[in-house]
Design a protein around this ligand. Structure first.
Ligand SMILES: [Zn+2]
Length: 189
């Protein structure tokens, strides 16, 4: 049962922003900071919210800063440091002054938003993403935020599988690791 689908959406947006905007590695290759920041930020938002409008370069810059802070939460959970993750989320909640508000728009029924008072796109998504991660960290599935464990990949994910055994950002990395393991076995025998 899904009691709060909006929380699922904003956690997916958090994953999208981190994966599109923070440099590092992706699927075995270096992942540099995006050259087209606005396109990358829009892509990140559309990971969870497909109808999101294109953001401006300024908005994208702000979102990139938020993405770095969100990544730190995933990193902390991945290393088992839930305390650090919680403190980081609390700091974001305080800064963005995230607050719940029922809203009804675009023909949807009343649903809960978690917006800050600033009214900027980046500020509102920062408040929303912080709240989404707070809901995850405050629940039974607090260890479901993860960083890909494949070699040369640090993209993040949220594990919504029933048994919670996800270890990779996606099937591409899962297959890379499987193939490497298969080859390694071949060499041994
Ligand atoms: Zn990966």
């Amino acid at each position: 049962m899904d009691f709060n689908s909006h929380a699922d959406v904003i956690v997916r947006v958090a994953v999208g922003l981190v994966n599109e905007l923070t440099p590092g590695e992706r699927r075995g290759r270096p992942f540099p900071a995006p050259s087209d920041l606005a396109a990358a930020a829009t892509e990140g938002l559309r990971t969870g919210y497909p109808g999101h409008r294109e953001v401006t370069e300024d908005e994208a810059g702000e979102l990139a800063g938020i993405a770095v802070r969100l990544r730190a939460v995933f990193d902390a959970v991945a290393t088992g440091d839930i305390d650090a993750a919680a403190l980081r989320v609390n700091a974001l909640l305080e800064e963005t002054r995230a607050r719940p508000l029922l809203q009804r728009h675009d023909g949807e029924p009343w649903h809960l938003h978690f917006h800050g008072p600033g009214g900027t796109v980046a500020g509102e998504w920062a408040a929303s993403c912080a709240t989404g991660l707070a809901i995850v960290l405050g629940g039974d599935f607090r260890d479901r935020l993860g960083v890909c464990t494949a070699p040369q990949c640090d993209r993040v994910y949220v594990d919504v599988s029933r048994n919670g055994t996800r270890r990779f950002c996606g099937t591409a990395c899962q297959n890379r690791v499987k193939t490497a393991a298969f080859r390694a076995r071949g060499r041994v025998s």
